[in-house]
Design a protein. Sequence first.
Length: 476
Amino acid sequence: MTKLKQDYKFRQIMDVIVNMIKNEILSPGDKVPSLRKMSEDQGVSISTVMQAYMELESVGMIEARPQSGFYISKADIGPREQITRTKPSQEPVQVTKSEHVTTILEAMIDPDVIPLGCAIPSSDLLPHKELTNIMKKVLNMENTDLMEYGDTQGAKFFRQQIAYYMNMNGNSVHADNIIATNGAAEGMSLALRALTSPGDLVLMESPSYFGFMHLLETSKVFAMELPTCPEDGVDIDDLYQACKRYGVKAFLTQPNFGNPLGHSYPEEAKKEIVDICSRFNVPIIEDDINGDFALYGKRGSNLKKYDKDGNVIHISSFSKTLSSGMRIGWLEAGRYFDKIMKQKIASSLASNVITQLTFAHYLASGKYPRHLRKLNNSIKHHVESYTLKVLKYFPEGTRVSAPDGGFVLWVELPEHIDTNDIFHEALSNKISFTPGSIFSTQEKYNNCMRLNCGYPLDERIEKGIAKLGELCRAKV
Ligand SMILES: Cc1ncc(COP(=O)(O)O)c(C=O)c1O
C-alpha cells in the first residue's frame, strides 16, 4: 500500500471516532470499539486502527486502560478557583518536624485503611510479573558475582541503562558519573550530607515533600522555605534574593510534578534557576522521582539539561513507576562525585546488584515507555475522577490542585479547618490522608491535605472521600 493510502485509511478511522463523539454515540468514559471490531467493520488492518487510536490518544481524545482497551476521555473538570502562590515566612528555621511526621506515617500503615495517605500507585498498575520474570532470569545466570557486594558506584550495565534513559530525556550525562542508590531517599541523603555541615542553610519549595523534614532535621541544617506557585514553581526573585543574602549550601527542588503540588516549572524558569544557583555557587539537588508521571503530554526537561558546570545533582528512582520494594534509585553527581562517593561508602557500601540488574534488563527490553503511557493514562483518569469527587463532597471554599503530573492532589480547605484533628477522626473511620502540616518546616498548611490518587476510584474509595468531606463539613 502506498504511504498516501495508508495515511488516508488511518485518518478515516479517526474521523469515525470523532463523528461518534460529535453525534453523542460515544460519550466520555465509554469504551471505544475494540481494535479487532473496528478493523473488521472498516475493512482495514488492526495496525491501521492501532495507529489511529494512538493518534487520538496523543491528543487526549481517547485513553488506553491496562488490559481493558481504549475509552473516550472524561469531560473537562471545568474552571474553578485555583491554589495560589504560597507565602511561607522567609526565615531560616531549625527543622523539628520529624517526630510529627513519624507519628502520622506510623498511623497510616494499617493495610485495612482506605489508601488516600501514602503516595503510591496501585500495584495492579505496575509490571510486577515482567519484573519477576526478569529477576528469575538474572538469578539463573548463575553468576556468583551476584552474591557479592558489587561495585560501590553500581553495576555498570545499570548505570549504562540509566545514562541512556537520561540522555533520551534531554540530558547529557555519562554512565561514569552515575551512582546507584537505595532509592531516591538514599540519593537525597548522600547529596545533602556531601554538601552540608550542621548549621548550614538549605533552601526548599513551600510546601515540600515531608521526607525532606527527616533529612534536614537529622543533618542538623537550617531550612528556608520559598514562596511557590503551582503554575510557575518556586519564586525566582525570592530564590535570587536568598542566594544573594545568605551563604546557602544547597537548594532542594522538585521541578517536575513535585510532591505535593504536582507542578512542572516552565522551561524558562528552569534555565534561570540553574543560572542563579551557578552564579552564587549554590548546588542544586534535583529530585525527579515524579518526572515520568506526565499526565498531559511529554515529560518536562530536567534542571540537569541546563547544567553547564556540574552544579546540579540529579536524583531519581523507579519506586513509583516500577517497584518501591526493590529499593533502587540513582543520582548523577555533577561535579560532586568524589564527595558523594565517600558518603555512599559510609552509608551502605553498595546497592543491591540483583535489583539493579533487573531494572537494567527491563529498561533494555524497551518496554518502559509503553508501560508509562498506560500507567499515565490510568493515573490521569484517577486524578480527574478524584477531583470531581472532592469538589462534590468537600465544603464550599475548598480548592483542589490541578496537577499536570504525579498522582496526588493538594486540597486547601477553609482557613480555620485543622486537618490534624480530622486526621485522627478519619483514621478511626479507617480512612487515611496526609495532613498538610507535615509538608512544611513551619506551622503552615494546617488547613490542607494531600490525597493519593494511585488507586482506581471504586465504591470504597468514593465512600472514603465522601466521609472525609463530611468530617470537613462538620468543622465549617
Ligand atoms: C518526592 C519524593 N522524593 C523521594 C522519595 C523517596 O523515594 P524512594 O522510595 O525511591 O526512596 C519519595 C517517596 O515517596 C518522594 O515522594
